[in-house]
Design a protein around this ligand. Structure first.
Ligand SMILES: NC(=O)c1ccc[n+]([C@@H]2O[C@H](COP(=O)([O-])OP(=O)(O)OC[C@H]3O[C@@H](n4cnc5c(N)ncnc54)[C@H](OP(=O)(O)O)[C@@H]3O)[C@@H](O)[C@H]2O)c1
Length: 318
């Protein structure tokens, strides 16, 4: 019986591998719009797809980011300035994309732009701290998608949404995890709605990678800033030792956990855009694939133990 099972399993993987290897035709004629191309995954994906000859339309937050990207890519790649938190900026970028793609429609929309700060224990934050992150990572992503969808439907194309393992397991305070859980929910619903229009939605869930977002100094400065502003009563309940150990934990985690191989994620994005059979979800990176995503299926109490065993103890812990 085990032999039959093994053969069936091997057959399943073989067929899946073969199906996923088939790429869509005329990739060089297809347009892909990517948000957040100044740095990190967005920047690398723009360069990667440009090298493959696809028509890349890159949304950058800053003029400097756009100029630097244009400098290292072909004349075919075009950039525009896009702040996903501004509906005027999103509408202007949509008009620009519309002009670029003509009546071909937009084959790929990659919602990649994101921010992480401020992040700290929830009690150290204010409502505005949450809103700031949700505005970019979730509401901005929804706004861009709603504006661009008619163009994607025209091409019967793809939407690739960048979530995170933190959209599966929430263990950082602040808006980041909430935003990524939201991206998962929005993408799942959109996939079910757009299936019959021939539009495919893929979610990419990266683990820890060294990008602008995981810059160590920015994290340390951010958590220090939050701690400074915490009301005295809250400060007393955590205690200075808690803060010192929390600071040390962030420093150690970000120094040791981040992979520098961004291709582990951008290759997933590329597959979602170019394969005839894209996946619904991509685990980006070894940590996502073999640790965080399996952990998210464990009983909650067990997952809690694994995720928090190193956390410092507050002064008023019972
Ligand atoms: N790095 C990781 O470990 C990790 C893990 C899981 C998921 N992710 C996700 O991956 C995506 C890309 O992040 P990354 O890691 O590549 O970090 P990154 O290097 O900081 O890239 C994020 C990009 O978004 C841009 N951006 C920020 N606010 C924006 C706004 N309002 N409108 C438009 N663009 C904006 C940034 O521009 P500036 O550079 O000019 O600020 C930057 O180019 C994000 O959605 C992030 O949540 C990252």
């Amino acid at each position: 019986m085990w032999l039959y099972l093994a053969v069936l399993l091997a057959l399943f993987f073989l067929i899946r591998w073969y199906r996923e290897k088939q790429t869509v035709e005329n990739l060089r004629e297809k347009y892909v719009f990517i948000t957040g191309c100044d740095s990190g995954f967005g920047n690398q994906l723009a360069r990667q797809l440009d090298l493959q000859g696809m028509r890349v339309l890159a949304g950058c937050l800053t003029q400097k980011g756009a100029e630097e990207l244009e400098r290292v890519t072909s004349d075919q790649l075009r950039t525009t300035i896009l702040d996903v938190t501004s509906t005027e900026s999103v509408a202007a970028a949509t008009e620009w994309v519309k002009r670029c793609v003509g009546n071909k429609g937009l084959w790929g929309l990659v919602n990649n732009a994101g921010v992480v700060h401020p992040t700290a224990p929830n009690e150290w934050l204010t409502k505005n701290d949450f809103v700031k992150v949700l505005d970019v990572n979730l509401v901005g992503l929804i706004d861009v998608t709603l504006h661009m969808l008619p163009l994607v439907k025209k091409a019967r194309g793809r939407v690739v949404n960048v979530a995170s393992i933190l959209g599966r397991l929430s263990f950082y305070g602040g808006g980041y995890c909430l935003s990524k859980y939201g991206v998962e929910a929005f993408s799942d619903c959109l996939r079910r709605e757009l299936r019959l229009f021939g539009v495919k939605i893929a979610i990419v869930e990266p683990g820890y990678f060294r990008t602008g977002m995981t810059n160590l100094q920015n994290h340390l400065d951010s958590v220090e800033r939050q701690w400074t502003n915490v009301p005295q009563e809250t400060k007393d309940s955590y205690g200075q030792t808690y803060f010192d150990n929390y600071y040390k934990l962030i420093k150690e985690s970000l120094t040791t956990l981040c992979s520098t191989d961004l291709y582990l994620v951008t290759d997933c994005m590329e597959h979602a855009l170019t394969s005839k059979s894209p996946r619904t979800r991509y685990a980006g990176g070894w940590d996502a694939q073999f640790f965080y995503i399996p952990l998210s299926y464990l009983p909650t109490e067990l997952a809690d133990l694994v995720l928090t065993w190193q956390w410092p103890k507050p002064a008023q812990a019972v």
